[in-house]
Design a binder for this molecule. Structure first.
Ligand code: G3I
Length: 464
C-alpha cells in the first residue's frame, strides 16, 4: 500500500553559493508515512544511522532494533587509532571488519570514525612528536583508509581539532604541534587512499553559530578555496536541555560552502524537552538540502556513553520513546532532496569508476644509498591521484627530490606533503620540513592529484 501523499509544496532554498552561480536548489515537501527511521529517512533521500559498540552485536534485542530502524552504522570505538594500530605499524581490523560485515549483510552503509583524533591515541603515538609523529599520522590515515577502501560512505578524517570557548582556534595537541597543515595533509592522504569515500571534519559544541563553529567554518572555506579535498562536515550534536535557535542556520552556512553536512553523534539529555529537541534537530537537517543523514550515538539508553542521561531513542527494553516518535514524524513531514543536475560537484574530482581493489604496493628495498621512490595510482576518466613512497637508502637522507615525467596532456593540480616545481612534463617534488630527514630504510609519503592520465610514470629519487 502506498501511503504517500504528495503535497507538492515547493520550498526553494536559496543557497548563497548556488545563487552566486545562478542556480537554485529545490526541496520538495513530500509528506510520507514511513514506519521506521530508516524507511522514512530513505524516502527523503537521507540515511539514519547509529553508533555501534562491537560487543553489542551479540545482543539480540539490540541487533533487532539496529537492523529494523537504521540503514547506516558507525563504530563507536572499533575504528579509532588505539583500536586499529595498537602497536606502531601493526594493524588490527577485527572490530572494524566485523562491523563492515554486519553492515554489508544488512544493507547498511558505514561511516568511518575516526582517522585522527587527539583522544584514543595508542600509547606509542602519544609519546611521539614532530616529524616522526607526522609520518606515523599520515601512515595511519593511509593504511586504515586503504584497508576499508570502497566500504566507507563517509570518513571522519579529523575529529575534534578545534578548541572550546571563544578563541575559534585550533586545539593544542601533539597532532597540532606537528604543524598547522596536519589537517589538510590528512585529507589529502585519505583521498588518495579511498577516493570513493566522502571526507568529513567532525566536531562537537558546534550546535549553532559560535566562535568554535566559526573557526571550523573559516577552515572549511579556506580548504574549499584551495582545493583541499573536504566533502562534508559532521556536527556531533551531543545536546543538553535546549536547542540553539540558529542550529539550522549554522548547518546551512556550511552547506553554502559546497560541503555536505551530517548530524553524526546525536544524543539529547532526557527530560521534558527531549522529544522536541530531537525533532528540532531532525527538522533542521531535513530543511537543509545538503544535510545527508543523521546518526544517533548508540541505540538504547543503556547503550549510551552518557550513562543516566537516557539520551537516546529507545528504552533498554527496546521500547520506542516519545523522542523516537517525534523523530519519525519529523522525517515523514520533511522535504525530500531533489537532486539538482546543475549543483556543482566537489571541487576535487572523485573517480567515476568504482575504486580499485588492488592492495597498495609493497615498499621496494632501499638502494645502497640515496633513495628510491615508487608510485601507486588511483585513476578515473580524466584524472588521477598518485601516492608516492620515498624510501631512504643506507645513508639516510637530509632531504629528497623526486622527479616524475607526466604523460602528454597530464598536469598536476594539487600536491600534499611535498612541494612541486612545475605542473606538466617533468615535475620535481621536494620534501617539506617535516619529512625530509629519513633514517636508513625509513619511508616518507607524499601525493599529488592530476588531470589527464597518470599512467606509466616512473619516479626518480635523489637524496641530499
Ligand atoms: O574496552 C575497554 C575495556 O577493555 C576496559 O576494561 C575498560 C576500562 O575502562 O575500557 C574499555 O574501553 C572504553 C571504551 O569506551 C569501550 O567501552 C574506554 O575506556 C573508554 O574511554 C571509551 O569511551 C569512548 C569514548 O568515545 C572515548 O573513546 C566511548 O565509548 C564513546 O562513546 C566516545 O565517543 C566519542 C566519539 O568518539 C567522539 N565524540 C565524542 C563521543 C563521546 O565522548
Amino acid at each position: 500500500m502506498n501511503h504517500k501523499r504528495v503535497l507538492r509544496l515547493a520550498v526553494t532554498v536559496a543557497a548563497t553559493g548556488a545563487l552566486a552561480a545562478g542556480m537554485t536548489m529545490t526541496l520538495t515537501s513530500t509528506a510520507s508515512a514511513g514506519t521506521t527511521l530508516k524507511a522514512s529517512a530513505a524516502e527523503k533521500g537521507r540515511y539514519f544511522g547509529a553508533a555501534v559498540a562491537g560487543q553489542k552485536l551479540s545482543d539480540s534485542t539490540y541487533v533487532t532494533i539496529l537492523n529494523r530502524e537504521f540503514n547506516s552504522v558507525v563504530a563507536e570505538n572499533d575504528m579509532k587509532w588505539d583500536a586499529t594500530e595498537p602497536q606502531q605499524g601493526r594493524f588490527n581490523y577485527t572490530g572494524g571488519d566485523r562491523l563492515v560485515a554486519h553492515a554489508q549483510a544488512n544493507g547498511q552503509s558505514v561511516r568511518g570514525h575516526a582517522l585522527l583524533w587527539y583522544q584514543q591515541q595508542p600509547g606509542w603515538a602519544r609519546d611521539m612528536s614532530g616529524s616522526a609523529l607526522r609520518s606515523a599520522m599520515m601512515n595511519h590515515v593511509t593504511q586504515v583508509a586503504t584497508h576499508f577502501r570502497g566500504k566507507i560512505h563517509s570518513w571522519d578524517v579529523v575529529n575534534e581539532a578545534f578548541a572550546d570557548g571563544n578563541s575559534g582556534a585550533r586545539r593544542d595537541s601533539n597532532l597540532q604541534r606537528t604543524g598547522n597543515d596536519w589537517i589538510e595533509a590528512a585529507f589529502y592522504a585519505a583521498r588518495a587512499a579511498d577516493p570513493g569515500a566522502k571526507l568529513c571534519y567532525n566536531d562537537y559544541n558546534t550546535d549553532g553559530i559560535n566562535a568554535k563553529s566559526t573557526g571550523i567554518y573559516n577552515m572549511v572555506r579556506d580548504f574549499k578555496s584551495r582545493g583541499v579535498p573536504i566533502d562534508c562536515v559532521g556536527f556531533q550534536s551531543h545536546l543538553g536541555t535546549s536547542l540553539s535557535s540558529d542550529y539550522q542556520a549554522n548547518l546551512q552556512r556550511f552547506a553554502d560552502l559546497d560541503v555536505d553536512v551530517q548530524i553524526t553523534e546525536l544524543d539529547v539529555m532526557s527530560g521534558g524537552n527531549q522529544a522536541n529537541i530531537f525533532a528540532g534537530v531532525t527538522r533542521a537537517c531535513m530543511n537543509v538540502s545538503r544535510c545527508t543523514g543523521i546518526t544517533t550515538w548508540g541505540v538504547r539508553d543503556c547503550d549510551s556513553w552518557r550513562g543516566s542521561d537516557n539520551a537516546l531513542l529507545f528504552e533498554c527494553s527496546g521500547n520506542k520513546k516519545a523522542a523516537y516518535t517525534s523523530v519519525l514524524n519529523a522525517l515523514n513531514a520533511g522535504p525530500a532532496i531533489t537532486p539538482s543536475p546543475t549543483t556543482p560537484g566537489p571541487t576535487t574530482p572523485g573517480p567515476t569508476t568504482p575504486p580499485p581493489t588492488t592492495p597498495p604496493p609493497t615498499t621496494p628495498p632501499p638502494g645502497p644509498e640515496g633513495c628510491t621512490a615508487s608510485v601507486s595510482l588511483n585513476s578515473w576518466t580524466g584524472g588521477f591521484v598518485a601516492s608516492v613512497k620515498v624510501t631512504a637508502g643506507s645513508a639516510g637522507t637530509n632531504g629528497w627530490n623526486v622527479s616524475v615525467t607526466l604523460p602528454g596532456g597530464a598536469s598536476v593540480t594539487n600536491t600534499w606533503s611535498a612541494t612541486a616545481s612545475g605542473s606538466t612534463g617533468t615535475v620535481r617534488f621536494a620534501n617539506v620540513n617535516y619529512n625530509g630527514r629519513l633514517a636508513a630504510g625509513q619511508v616518507a609519503e607524499f601525493g599529488f592529484q592530476g588531470t589527464g592520465s597518470g599512467a606509466g610514470m616512473t619516479p626518480t629519487c635523489t637524496a641530499s
